[in-house]
Every structure is written in structure tokens, then in C-alpha cells.
Design a protein around this ligand. Structure first.
Ligand SMILES: CC(C)(COP(=O)(O)OP(=O)(O)OC[C@H]1O[C@@H](n2cnc3c(N)ncnc32)[C@H](O)[C@@H]1OP(=O)(O)O)[C@@H](O)C(=O)NCCC(=O)NCCS
Length: 157
């Protein structure tokens, strides 16, 4: 059984390793243990058989907009709906916090399009969102597109 829950301090190394592994293919940006520690409250994990099998982070970008970051499912757990559940959970959290929009920068948007995210020109995102891009090995040749989901205020529960 896969359980979706908020990250705990003891998950730090597992979160670091799962992201680092996926970052080797360029699918997500590598994050240091220190950075993960400082943002641990952003993280939601999927736990199965006493292992962390998936992670995602909800990053507060501006008062209106938050960002889905570091969505990764461990290879042997892919295709089982874990990614979809992690994404549903961050969307729910974003609504509960009162955000109007949630966005993601992604190369392979299938999962996001399924959830109702729409492709938008990257220039529509606030400038401050790009401050972490300089840390990306692909910078300035970005191969990701921006997808935004508008969150209805009627569904905050
Ligand atoms: C993307 C990822 C998180 C999906 O996790 P998952 O648990 O396998 O996803 P799910 O089983 O919930 O599948 C949800 C849908 O996404 C599709 N999907 C799965 N992996 C995908 C991928 N790499 N790219 C695009 N779509 C993908 C599935 O086919 C499924 O579609 P369906 O419902 O029409 O069959 C996982 O493949 C992964 O960790 N990839 C490497 C890191 C990455 O690319 N992260 C996203 C950064 S934006």
C-alpha cells in the first residue's frame, strides 16, 4: 500500500537520493541536502514498504502563485498512479493555502495536462520565478514549458 504524507526529518536522505537519481536524466533539478532541509516543509512523500517511493514539493513563489517542484517516483514504482496521487495532494494543499494558481515547468506534461494544467508562455510567469534557473545545468538553454492550473476558491477543503 502506498501512503501519501508530509515529509519528516528522517526522510531527508531518501528525498535527496530519489531526486538526485532522477536528476541524472535531466528530468528534474538536483537539490542539495541543505536545500531540501531548508524546504522540508514543502515536501510530500509517497511511502510504501517502509521506503520513500515518490516525492513532490510545493514551493511558494508569489502571493498568488505556487509551483510544483521535484516530482519524482522511483523507477520500479512508476506507472502505478503514485505520481498522480502526489500531484493531487499538492494541488489540494495549494488550494487550502488559498493560492489562485499553481504552475510547473515541465518537459513531459502528460500528467499535468490530465489534471487540467494549461500551457502558457513562460513570459507570463513572474520574473522572480526564474531566480533558481541559473542553478540549472541546462541554463540558459531551457527545454521546459510552463503549465498553469487555475485553482477555484470554492474547493479549499
Ligand atoms: C513523471 C513521473 C513522476 C510520473 O510518475 P508515475 O507514478 O509513473 O505516474 P502515474 O503512474 O501516476 O501516471 C500518470 C500518467 O502520467 C503518465 N506518465 C508516466 N510517466 C511519465 C513521463 N515520464 N512522462 C510523461 N508522462 C508520464 C502515465 O502514462 C499516466 O498516464 P495515463 O493515466 O494516461 O496512463 C515519473 O515518471 C518520474 O518520476 N519521472 C522522472 C522525473 C520526472 O520526469 N518528473 C517530472 C518533472 S516535471
Amino acid at each position: 500500500m502506498v501512503r501519501i504524507r508530509k515529509a519528516k526529518l528522517e526522510d531527508l536522505l531518501d528525498i535527496y537520493n530519489i531526486i538526485r537519481h532522477a536528476a541524472r536524466t535531466g528530468a528534474v533539478l538536483e537539490r542539495s541536502q541543505q536545500e531540501i532541509l531548508e524546504h522540508l516543509r514543502d515536501f510530500i512523500v509517497a511511502e510504501a514498504e517502509d521506503e520513500i517511493v515518490g516525492v513532490v514539493a510545493l514551493h511558494f513563489a508569489t502571493p498568488e502563485m505556487c509551483e510544483v517542484r521535484s516530482l519524482v517516483v522511483a523507477e520500479k514504482w512508476r506507472g502505478l498512479g503514485v505520481g498522480k496521487r502526489l500531484l493531487s495532494r499538492v494541488i489540494k494543499e495549494a488550494k487550502q493555502f488559498g493560492f489562485k494558481k499553481i504552475f510547473v515547468l515541465a518537459q513531459a506534461p502528460h500528467l499535468y495536462l490530465q489534471k487540467g494544467f494549461k500551457l502558457v508562455p513562460k513570459e507570463k510567469l513572474p520574473n522572480k520565478i526564474w531566480k533558481d534557473c541559473v542553478n540549472c545545468p541546462k541554463f540558459p538553454q531551457c527545454d521546459e514549458e510552463a503549465y498553469v492550473l487555475f485553482l477555484s476558491s470554492s474547493s479549499k477543503k
